[in-house]
Ligand binder design. Structure first.
Ligand code: SAM
Ligand code: DTB
Ligand code: SF4
Length: 338
């Protein structure tokens, strides 16, 4: 029998739009119905799904490193690294392998099992892919899972990263399809789906999630979760970010009169992600530094089982490692082992 040929770009099936497709695995209306449940009923359902698929007392720890900071040509309205805004973030060059290796060793000693490298690119050049491949090999040499987020990728680039040993690629859908255009103008939703297709096609696992707290409605949050849950297969890792409002970004101005997202609404989104993507690692991501221990504990109860671990995200702060360890102790949580 002849081997299956990779699908040509022009023949790729268009992913279902959940809002219009009642036959989707997770029609958007069903996700909205989850978000509308009484809080205790929602958490009970999420906790049952969580326990059916994971040890509920283990949490994955993933450390982030910005390997190429700032000066990005894209115009994502939330992002401090866009060259379009004055946020005080200085543009830097791609980091050298020795400095990255030191960060990997430190992350491993602190207990991280995954190392995620982020670059402020629209999409990498082929030369960048060669250099990042060396960084991926440095992560793999230390025995950690390697993840990258480098912007849009084509299939050849995905092949090269896979060959270097990449385990996960992070590329977020960020919002519901209809919300997207008011946050980002320089690339569209389909570009993101195309990148996810390229990654999936070479067997690298997908890390894809989004941001809430950008002034969206609950229905729009349902749209984001439905879109992720209807990817076939759904992502192995799902980072849920609560917007970090950075001075100088357009969204921070737009939201000046809008209160931050109610933390209990954030917990609901985590629960909906857990229920609709039962075997995914759902990551309580950006915004955690501003959350109380009680809210974080509710996120874990709702099925979050991964965190970004280390004092910095890419350019903004994150919860202290010592505080995280103390919280783990209080809650009887353990770090996940790969
Ligand atoms: N440039 C690459 C890209 O956009 O794909 C990779 C890095 S980008 C910073 C990775 C993700 O970080 C974005 O897709 C977005 O979801 C998240 N992010 C960026 N700024 C954020 C903020 N202020 N608050 C919360 N999440 C943010
Ligand atoms: C993701 O979903 N969140 C991380 C990671 N993937 C790359 C990034 C959060 C960035 C927050 C703003 C900053 O530190 O620059
Ligand atoms: Fe650039 Fe990524 Fe920031 Fe968008 S989110 S401006 S692509 S670094």
């Amino acid at each position: 029998m002849s081997q299956a040929q990779p699908i040509q770009w022009s023949q790729r099936p268009t992913p279902p739009v959940p809002a219009d497709d009642a036959t989707a695995r997770w029609p958007r209306a069903k996700v909205l119905a989850l978000l509308n449940l009484p809080f205790n009923d929602l958490l009970w359902q999420a906790q049952q799904v969580h326990r059916a698929n994971f040890d509920a007392n283990t949490i994955e720890r993933a450390t982030l490193l910005s390997i190429k900071t700032g000066g990005c040509p894209e115009d994502c309205g939330y992002c401090p690294q866009s060259a379009h805004y004055n946020t005080g973030v200085e543009a830097g060059k791609l980091m050298q392998v020795d400095a990255v290796r030191s960060a990997v060793v430190a992350a491993k000693q602190a207990g991280a099992t995954r190392f995620c490298m982020g670059a402020a690119w629209r999409s990498p050049k082929d030369r960048d892919i060669e250099q990042v491949s060396e960084l991926i090999r440095a992560v793999k040499d230390e025995g950690l899972e390697a993840c990258c987020t480098l912007g849009m990728l084509n299939k050849d680039q995905a092949v090269a990263l896979k060959a270097a040993g990449l385990d996960y690629y992070n590329h977020n859908l960020d919002t519901a399809p209809e919300t997207y255009g008011r946050i980002i103008g320089s690339r569209d939703y389909q570009d993101r789906l195309d990148t996810l297709d390229a990654i999936r096609g070479v067997g690298v696992k997908i890390c894809s999630g989004g941001i809430v707290g950008m002034g969206e409605s609950r229905d729009e949050r349902a749209g984001l979760v439905a879109q992720l849950a209807n990817l076939d297969p759904y992502p192995e890792s799902v980072p849920i970010n609560d917007l970090v409002r950075v001075e100088g970004t357009p969204l921070t101005d737009t939201l000046a009169e809008t209160p931050p997202l109610d933390p209990l609404e954030f917990v609901r989104v985590i629960a909906a992600a857990r229920i609709t993507m039962p075997t995914a690692r759902v990551r309580l991501s950006a915004g955690r530094q501003a959350m109380s221990e009680a809210v974080q504990a509710l996120c874990f109860l709702a099925g979050a089982n991964s965190i970004f671990y280390g004092e910095k995200l890419l350019t903004t702060g994150n919860a202290d490692v010592a505080a995280d360890e103390a919280l783990f102790d209080k809650l009887g949580l353990r770090g996940a082992v790969v």
